[in-house]
Ligand binder design. Sequence first.
Ligand SMILES: *[C@@H]1O[C@H](CO)[C@@H](O)[C@H](O)[C@H]1NC(C)=O
Ligand SMILES: *[C@@H]1O[C@H](CO)[C@@H](O)[C@H](O)[C@H]1NC(C)=O
Ligand SMILES: *[C@@H]1O[C@H](CO)[C@@H](O)[C@H](O)[C@H]1NC(C)=O
Length: 493
Amino acid sequence: MAPWTWTQRCGQQLGSRRKLSLMLITLAFVTSSIVLMYLSFHLDMAFSLHERPCTPSLSFPPLSKVVKFNNDLLLSSVMKLSQNGSGFVMMISPSVGKLQDHSTGGDRKGDDDFHGRNRAALPSDNQLLKTLGSSSGSSKSKPSYNHQDVFHDKEIFLQNYKEMKKSLKVYIYPPKKNDHFANVFLPQNKDQNPGGNYASEAYFKNVLFKSHFITKNPLKADLFFLSFSIASLRHDRRVGVAGLQDFIRLYTTSITQEYPYWNRTGGADHFYVACHSIGRMAMEEVEQVKANAIQVVCSSSYFLPNYFTHKDVCLPQIWPRHEEPSGLDSSNRKKLAFFAGAMNSLVRKMLLQAWKNDSSIFAHEGRLKTPYSEQFLKSKYCLHLKGFEVNTARVADALYYGCVPVILADHYDLPFMDILNWRSFSVVIRTSDIPHLKKILEGISPEEYSVLHTNVLKVRRHFQWNATPLDFDTFYMVMYELWLRRSSIKVMS
Ligand SMILES: *[C@@H]1O[C@H](CO)[C@@H](O)[C@H](O)[C@H]1NC(C)=O
Ligand SMILES: *[C@@H]1O[C@H](CO)[C@@H](O)[C@H](O)[C@H]1NC(C)=O
Ligand SMILES: *[C@@H]1O[C@H](CO)[C@@H](O)[C@H](O)[C@H]1NC(C)=O
């Protein structure tokens, strides 16, 4: 209140023009302080591994803590549920609720369905880079790339993993009799090996339906799967992108009416899986799905609305591959770094601007005329640059071809980040450090590179889909993430 009254009083003694400019200056001052406070808080929260040593309690909580953390959260939300008769459970959100998604998921095909819709208040790449550029400059302390172990805590992981495989049970709501949308809820049997940019969604569903995790008895279930396929709905003429939100609202309403399970937790033991970023937007009309259900999605960012890192899960975006490439070792990797892709973000444009003429960094706009795989096999580092969203299939591509991924996608909640130590097999760089890219990569010694590369070969298996799942592959890793988030408290009516 104070600055405003001050301006008003002051203004009475000044000419109207001066009064106006004073108000404008005050307003500008207040706005920029708010923006600065906001950014300093969120940029601090978002990981930027290259600048700071990683703080385990923030970015990488040890597993035992993750489990406890989630139970505590659930406890507090369930307490709210019982205190607040409306049945609405509000989970703690990272206070970005008012921001809006500004884009769509994939970038290889340039899917544009949601463009123009709901794009607004996210700080633009431009604003971000300006702030970052002035604050970070070149990196001060170089992080160590000498982590032999790819897990934060292998022992705890293996112990939990074993327990997960033994006891986790998932119930899938069956489609109704003569449901015209059965195709949306059931796996596409004709398509055993899904392809394309968003294959992760279909792969997960295909494998889950056949897995031993499924129980027919909902009373034994730890988790409930909302099995709608965003990819099918998106292409279904009866629904389409325009009808997605209504479809999801009607579906979840029917689940809450016809079954008693949703109301026990406000949906906190329910999950859905979607790879295209419109999946997240599709939940816009269903508060409880956004706030409580576990969203397993590819476009997972600390900076986006409707995604909450403590409860949601990053689904790795993986372009499925079926043969093992040869030449994964590091001896033939003569080029320093490689990127090719559409110029659909400022970050990519900045990269091209800075490095397109460089002799050791190969940065290319658009598709390559030569095979994509060649560059992945010839380069030491493969750049993952955010496109419309933080996620693209490039991280998984890099790992598949044994290339050390360089992550240039600020605020990306990287896949399995609470299990795997990304510092051990990747280089995470702030997008504002693109001008220093070469210096940073050349600053990594051959010994450190060798550790990174060896670890890339170790984590490859976590980023692969198999029609019949193999231990520790993407399917089981995602199931593990779900296991960590399972509810242990239910409210019985
Ligand atoms: C319960 O929470 C909802 C959502 O936050 C709110 O709209 C409602 O007024 C609350 N009800 C009570 C009884 O506090
Ligand atoms: C669950 O709660 C909703 C909203 O309060 C209510 O309409 C619905 O009937 C409840 N479902 C069951 C099965 O009781
Ligand atoms: C790259 O080369 C082109 C053509 O020679 C030149 O116009 C451009 O300024 C160069 N860009 C940089 C960043 O050096």
